[in-house]
Design a protein around this ligand. Structure first.
Ligand SMILES: [Cu+2]
Length: 164
């Protein structure tokens, strides 16, 4: 019973401590909705897929002695697209790590990537000749990395640099 009593006192002290923190949280709460509002307003405009208006570049997906995209690094203009072509050694796909992308690029890529198996992950391609075309229209200029989910550990990665 003594221990129980002690626990109750400790609990009460923690509650008091929590109340102290609560006051600070209450002071900052009004700012939170204001910060979220602009993002919510931007979402509908950036959420629409944008079609390719420029050149379509080809990247081969190869698995033989090594697993790789060819070319692994590609510079494109905003509005261009990339056609990934399965050549050998699959399954292959194209996936982006959301944590490495600016918020606006993530939103636009999610809109532009057809048939996503999950967020920012293209469908698994199983046979030679299969293609996956990705539009880079509306993507803010920058360099973005992608990878093949099944072969990430084998270093199957690529880099797309989008220029204005
Ligand atoms: Cu692969």
């Amino acid at each position: 019973m003594r221990y129980l009593g002690f626990a109750v006192v400790t609990g009460a002290a923690m509650l008091l401590g929590a109340c102290g923190g609560g006051d600070k949280a209450a002071e900052t709460t009004p700012e939170a909705p204001a910060m979220e509002a602009p993002a919510a307003e931007m979402a509908p405009a950036a959420g629409a897929a944008q079609a390719i208006t420029g050149t379509i570049h080809e990247v081969k997906m190869i698995g033989d002695a090594t697993y790789r995209y060819e070319p692994a690094e590609l510079t494109v203009k905003a509005g261009d697209g990339i056609k990934f072509v399965f050549v050998s050694g699959g399954p292959h796909n194209v996936a982006f790590d959301a944590t490495l992308l600016p918020a606006d690029v993530k939103t636009q890529l999610m809109a532009n990537m057809p048939n996503q198996a999950s967020e920012l992950m293209g469908p698994m391609m199983l046979a030679a000749g299969e293609e996956y075309t990705l539009s880079l229209a509306g993507i803010t200029p920058g360099t973005y990395e992608y990878f093949c989910t099944p072969h990430l550990a084998m270093g199957m990665k690529g880099k797309i640099t989008v220029t204005p």
